[in-house]
Design a protein around this ligand. Structure first.
Ligand code: SF4
Ligand code: SF4
Length: 461
């Protein structure tokens, strides 16, 4: 049995005490955040507790400034790839749950090639494999074969350069195999850190074991996977409890492995076939959700924050300003959903932002963002604490910005029309002078020229 580092009574007391936090306490916490000082648990709890509009305005401003300082205006793009929806678990919030009767699918390697071809045609370079838990239909060897198939594919415009994996909690031995298969981030959502709720919403199956699930990242780290991505499903329990749970989990990993979450995802429960959203008593409204995203940004400035197409176009726009650094685009949440191939498929959840990838990317540029297809850290071996020390030194901008601009240039040459190229070229020209390091700036100028003239590509810092 693994360690339970989520002290429920401690979190409950923090949240209870925070209800009495006065303006002076909250202002002090905000001043600390503004000065780049680490926040204590009670500081974060106090920020979560406030509903004073002045405080919330300041939380948003500080989160926006932190986002700008660390991530600039870059937004990393990715897409999910569902490979199997067979699942032995009965998670009350998911349409793939074992009690839901629908026609299930598992992709063959040929199917995977079809899906990846379409994703590549959208310009994606970074995928996240998604699968239900089913030892018979979807054993680890199948996942390894999927990863190999994806990495082996080469296209005229390059290849998928990073495969993240979001599969059920597994053994150290299996994590070792995933590490050997060269996965990017291992992603696993705790769903809820509140054990009684966890027990209630996980009706049956191996996932019902809270400790096994909670300690999955320890096993992954023990196996050498040092990029792990956490998250909760907001709406299952008190969102403030969940934020504190995320922070405790992150601190546990930092203490034990010297590296916390590489990313935090913030999915909010949304309608899906075979479940009734009305049955969940802790649904999070938009205002609270925005506050939560901003507070996570403030509390863990160096952890990337991921938002999926569960959220609407409008909400995604708002959250990008408050801390989100990575979004999916053009997503399908169905197994075989990109190629369809006349199969009957069921989504894990209904996509809210259903715009095409290029529309999303184009609008990001209109809004002043730089869509980035960068996978450089993974490719250059900058993972785990090597990544974190670069991020914390403030030098990360010197690599992220040139990489974002070079990958955007590739994207525009490969997938953009004249109007798109004109827009991205103008953005690239405007941003290049912001590369602080003179040598890297000159190199970026040269590389962008090479990409445009077709003399070379696939550059990264
Ligand atoms: Fe299965 Fe994952 Fe859905 Fe649970 S959340 S039913 S484990 S696919
Ligand atoms: Fe991410 Fe590293 Fe690329 Fe920056 S340089 S966008 S941190 S992969």
């Amino acid at each position: 049995m693994g360690e339970n580092f989520i002290n429920r009574e401690y979190i409950e007391k923090l949240l209870e005490d925070a209800k009495c936090a006065d303006t002076a306490v909250i202002s002090r916490a905000l001043d600390k955040a503004e000065n780049g000082e680490a926040l204590s648990h009670s500081d974060v709890a106090a920020l979560l507790a406030t509903d004073n509009s002045g405080h919330i305005k300041r939380i948003f401003e500080i989160a926006g400034k932190i986002k700008k300082r660390i991530y600039g205006n870059r937004i990393v793009m990715f897409a999910p790839l569902y490979v199997s929806d067979y699942c032995v678990n009965r998670c009350a919030y998911c349409s793939f749950n074992n009690g839901h009767d629908f026609e299930r699918n598992k992709l063959t390697m040929d199917d995977i090639r079809q899906e990846v071809k379409i994703l590549e045609m959208m310009g994606h370079k970074r995928l996240a494999i998604e699968a239900g838990e089913h030892e018979g239909q979807c054993p680890i060897d199948y996942i390894l074969e999927c990863i190999k198939t994806i990495y082996d594919m080469k296209f005229e415009n390059g290849e998928i350069r990073r495969v993240n994996v979001n599969i059920a909690a597994t053994t150290t031995e299996n994590y070792r195999k995933l590490k050997e298969a060269k996965i990017g981030t291992y992603i696993l959502f705790q769903e809820t850190y509140h054990e009684p709720t966890y027990d209630k919403v996980h009706l049956s199956g191996p996932k019902k074991d809270f400790d096994w699930h909670l300690n999955a990242f320890d096993r992954a780290q023990d196996a050498g996977i040092d990029d792990v991505g956490g998250g909760v499903l907001f709406g299952l329990y008190d969102p403030y409890f969940e934020v504190m749970g995320l922070l405790l989990h992150n601190e546990h990993l930092e203490k034990k492995y010297n590296t916390g979450f590489h990313t935090i995802s913030v999915p909010r429960i949304c309608p899906a076939a075979g479940m009734k959203i009305e049955g969940f008593p802790h649904l999070v409204d938009d205002d609270t959700f925005m506050k939560i995203v901003a507070i996570i940004r403030i509390a863990v400035p160096f952890t990337g924050m991921i938002l999926s197409t569960r959220e609407s176009h409008d909400m995604r726009k708002k959250l990008l300003q408050l801390g989100i650094s990575q979004i999916s685009a053009g997503s399908s949440t169905e197994t075989g959903g990109y190629a369809k191939q006349n199969k009957k498929t069921t989504p894990q959840f209904f996509v809210n932002d259903d715009r095409s990838a290029i529309d999303i990317i184009s609008e990001l540029m209109d809004d002043g963002y730089i869509p980035s297809f960068c996978t450089a850290c993974y490719r250059g071996g900058r993972t785990g604490d090597r990544f974190m020390s670069l991020a914390k030194s403030g030098q990360i901008g010197n690599v992220c910005l040139p990489n974002a601009l070079m990958t955007l240039c590739e994207y525009s040459m490969d997938y953009g029309d004249d109007a798109f190229r004109k827009k991205s070229d103008a953005l690239i020209e405007k941003e290049i002078p912001h590369i602080a390091n003179e040598t890297i700036r000159q190199k970026t100028i040269e590389n962008v020229q090479k990409i445009r003239s077709g003399e070379g590509r696939d550059f990264f810092v």
